[in-house]
Design a protein around this ligand. Structure first.
Ligand code: SF4
Length: 233
């Protein structure tokens, strides 16, 4: 077992199953984890929109946006594409940068329309080709594209975020300020897991970065303390 695999095992034992991606239930007024999503195209579409909405904002704000989109009955590809910009912006206001995100959603839907809004039509496209195509959408960067690929479309691709860079540089496994592609190639090389494990690993990294390996890390409470030399005091 290499270091990256060992870290996965330690975090999985410490935090337990994460069960991403969460799908939002208006009845329960909260996101539901561990549902096995995506189970259908509804879930896939919600995940793709959630991946855009979560840019630079906490998930609890995304939930409010998804709640409003669902209550206005526009969280389907065709309805959202047809919906007035003002209505979408109003619904997603709690997610911040709502005017920009509205345009990003519309750009994504322009792209999706070329596939007749059909996830089925994306199935036969190879992952690197699909990724390049998604990256061509104005407002969809690597993290969002890879979140859609991994969590909505079950493609084996590692999602990199600021938590990943911070944690793995503190663990002395990567430099702290490299490109997105550098980190992604590192994980693709070092972690030969299944799609499910890629899904869980990123979720574990987020849990760890949010609660323990924060800006000011809580090293004394950290499950990786024994293998990390960062030792913040
Ligand atoms: S020991 Fe500290 S710096 Fe290292 S991973 Fe844990 S919280 Fe982060």
């Amino acid at each position: 077992m290499n270091k990256v695999e060992e870290i996965y095992s330690i975090m999985a034992a410490s935090y337990g199953k994460q069960g991403w991606w969460p799908v939002y239930s208006t009845a329960a007024c909260r996101s539901q984890y561990g549902t096995g999503a995506p189970k259908n195209d509804e879930d896939r579409f919600e995940i793709a929109i959630g991946a855009i909405l979560t840019q630079n904002v906490a998930w609890k704000n995304v939930e409010k946006g998804l709640d409003a989109l669902k209550k206005n009955k526009i969280l389907t590809p065709r309805k959202l594409h047809k919906a007035d910009i003002e209505l979408i912006a109003f619904c997603i206001r709690p997610t911040g940068y709502f005017n920009q995100k509205t345009l990003k959603i519309k750009n994504f839907l322009n792209w999706f329309k070329d596939f007749n809004y059909s996830f089925e039509k994306l199935k036969n496209i190879k992952t690197p080709v699909l990724r390049e195509s998604l990256l061509g959408v104005n407002g969809i960067g690597p993290e969002t594209a890879d979140s859609i690929l991994l969590y909505a479309l079950n493609r084996k691709i590692f999602v990199i975020d600021a938590y990943t860079k911070r944690i793995f540089s503190r663990l002395n496994l990567t430099p702290h300020n490299e490109t997105y592609n550098y980190y992604q190639e590192f994980f693709h090389k070092e972690f030969n897991g299944t799609v499910k494990k890629y899904n869980e690993y990123h979720a574990l990294i987020v849990a760890h970065g949010k609660d323990i390996c924060k800006n000011k890390p809580l090293c004394s409470e950290c499950c990786l303390n024994n293998i990390c030399s960062y030792n913040y005091r």
